[in-house]
Ligand binder design. Structure first.
Ligand code: H2U
Ligand code: ZN
Length: 346
């Protein structure tokens, strides 16, 4: 019998983190009698007087949102990071049992649209482009103060999102967090040209994990995907940061985001939950040519709108595991239409 990665258990290594994932394709058919998510009942009004993100509403802080008509960013009323932290003067010694490092930073909430009832997947590419512009402008502004500007979106109750109004967040801080820190080291240590550009070239050659591509971007299920329908989104050109994208790249980013997110929603005909975010070179003055800008999308759903993947057991104690292969996931995503399933609902 010959080894077949579509059938036989194997491990794949994530180039960006160095972590391995166990792939067990033969296991995809096992029965499920566990937790089922509540199917998202997703008929929302265009304006919700109770929503703290809708235009002209008052937030928990007592502040009032402007009557915004496109995007709107504000400092999180319950920020995870604060700008003015006194320097403790403490340095953890070499053999410290309780290392500690004071940090300063800020958190912002980014409203993607005045419409309470939309999500990026249901927004027009022109309006998604305004979100891209906000991501870039916010990153540019915060990079003047902080070395790591994390742009992200938590979408859906399954991902712990507290409000269905389309929005993302930024947490910016004066330190390089753990995961981008690993990506920085791994890309810097790569012996070839640029790690992700070398990888992209191979993906384009092989083609089977690519879900969407256009003149400037490639959207694929990475070879090392951990989440069932994970995406990695990469510019074709060497781009180190969001702030380096040109106008054409921003526009075609909006288009490929729209297509990729419609595919997500159409897969199980539900508003597809995920956490997504951007990684680019840190703003710390270090050399950065080893970096390639990219976005990760980590969606938890596994086999329907109500059955999600849990990272538990072996995964918490040993290493992450997946059942369907990344190639099968890409195939499924490619097989659904790019017209949103709700676009015919009146
Ligand atoms: P979620 O992506 O978790 O839903 O984040 C929404 C953020 O909005 C959350 O971080 C903030 C919360 O702190 N928020 C405000 O800043 N003002 C409010 O009035 C309510 C929520
Ligand atoms: Zn709202």
């Amino acid at each position: 019998m010959e080894f077949d990665p579509a059938q036989h258990p194997h491990r794949r290594q994530n180039l960006l983190t160095g972590d391995w994932v166990l792939v067990s394709p033969h296991r995809a058919l096992r029965p499920w009698q566990g937790q089922v998510e509540r199917a998202v009942e997703d008929v929302r009004p265009a304006y919700d007087p109770q929503c703290y993100l809708c235009p002209a509403n008052v937030r928990a802080s007592g502040e009032k949102n402007p009557s915004y008509t496109s995007t709107y960013a504000f400092t999180n009323d319950f920020p995870a990071l604060l700008p003015d932290i006194p320097d403790s003067g403490r340095q953890s010694p070499d053999l410290c049992l309780q290392p500690i490092a004071p940090v300063s930073g800020t958190s912002r909430v980014l409203c993607f649209s005045p419409r309470h009832d939309l999500s990026l997947a249901e927004m027009e590419p022109d309006d998604i482009e305004s979100v891209v512009t906000m991501w870039v402008d916010q990153t540019e502004e915060l990079a003047a103060y902080y070395q790591w500007v994390q742009v992200f979106e938590n979408k859906g109750a399954a991902m712990g999102c507290s409000n269905p109004h389309p929005h993302g967040q930024i947490w910016a801080g004066d330190f390089l967090p753990t995961l981008p820190g690993h990506e920085d080291e791994r890309q810097r240590a790569w012996g070839g040209h640029n790690m992700l550009l070398d990888y992209l070239e191979l993906e384009i050659q092989e083609g089977e994990r690519i879900v969407e591509q256009n003149d400037h971007w490639v959207l694929l299920v990475p070879y090392w995907a951990t989440w069932p329908f994970e995406y990695l989104l990469l510019p074709r050109r060497h781009v180190t940061r969001l702030t380096d994208l040109n106008d054409a790249e921003r526009r075609s980013l909006a288009v490929i985001l729209s297509l990729g997110l419609v595919r997500y929603d159409n897969l199980f005909e539900t508003s597809f939950p995920y956490s997504m975010g951007w990684h680019g070179a840190p703003f710390n003055g270090a050399s950065d040519t080893h970096w390639q800008l990219h976005a990760h999308f980590y969606p938890p759903l596994l086999r329907s709108a109500t059955v999600r993947k849990f990272m538990v057991g072996y995964e918490m104690l040993a290493e992450p595991q997946r059942d369907i292969t990344p190639e099968q996931a890409a195939e499924r995503l490619k097989s659904v239409p790019t017209t949103h399933y709700r676009s015919n609902v009146t």
